[in-house]
Design a protein around this ligand. Structure first.
Ligand SMILES: [Mg+2]
Ligand SMILES: [Zn+2]
Length: 202
């Protein structure tokens, strides 16, 4: 079992109903599994699972390049009891560079690639906004985490977030879960971070 007693969990009271209003977020949740009370591993996408493209975006399926071994690392998180939920900023959508439908297709491919090795992706949430739109969901905002939690019933306590940007870690802090910084585009760093979390550090 994981040991989470040492974690400083700060639960934040959210009175703002807008935080749970998903009308501006893109999302998908696997409906056939119950996540109630389970901890989640919230994963940033670009730079953790697939190659973060410097000064660019994943705009078509061919732009989505898995980092070597990243899926297997996620499998280890699942085997340790974490529900797998992807949390991603994609301002390219509201910049007009990527249609939501194409984004959804790329994510469907991602979910299928996970499934091929036995990883059940429990869901994903995406902020499509540009920074200047001032939304609540774009990381470092925590509204995507709020939404995922509300939709799945996962327990924030003992949940973790892996990300390669300071905004990921700040979103985790605001939501009240442990944020773990992972070196960008380094599947080895991701694997080491997961080893540490699941208690199999070598
Ligand atoms: Mg990233
Ligand atoms: Zn947003």
């Amino acid at each position: 079992m994981r040991h989470c007693s040492q974690l400083a969990i700060t639960m934040i009271a959210h009175d703002d109903a807008r935080l749970l209003d998903s009308t501006d977020m893109l999302e998908w949740f696997e409906s056939t599994i119950s996540l109630t009370g389970r901890p989640a591993a919230f994963l940033d996408r670009d730079g953790v699972l697939n190659e973060h493209i410097a000064n660019g975006y994943v705009l078509e399926p061919g732009d989505f390049r898995w980092l070597a071994g990243a899926r297997e690392t996620v499998l280890r998180l699942q085997q340790a009891g974490y529900a797998i939920i992807i949390i991603t900023n994609q301002s390219c959508i509201n910049r007009g560079l990527l249609e939501p439908q194409m984004f959804g297709s790329i994510m469907s491919d991602m979910v299928a690639a996970f499934a091929a090795i036995g990883v059940v992706c429990a869901g994903w949430v995406c902020c499509p906004h540009r920074p200047d739109e001032g939304c609540l969901c774009r990381k470092p905002g925590s509204a995507m985490l709020e939404r995922a939690s509300a939709m799945t019933g996962i327990a924030a306590t003992c949940s973790v977030l892996f990300g390669d940007s300071p905004s990921d870690i700040e979103a985790a802090r605001r939501f009240g879960v442990r944020g773990i910084a992972v070196e960008r585009n380094s599947p080895r760093a991701f694997a080491a971070a997961v080893d540490h979390v699941v208690g199999r550090a070598v």
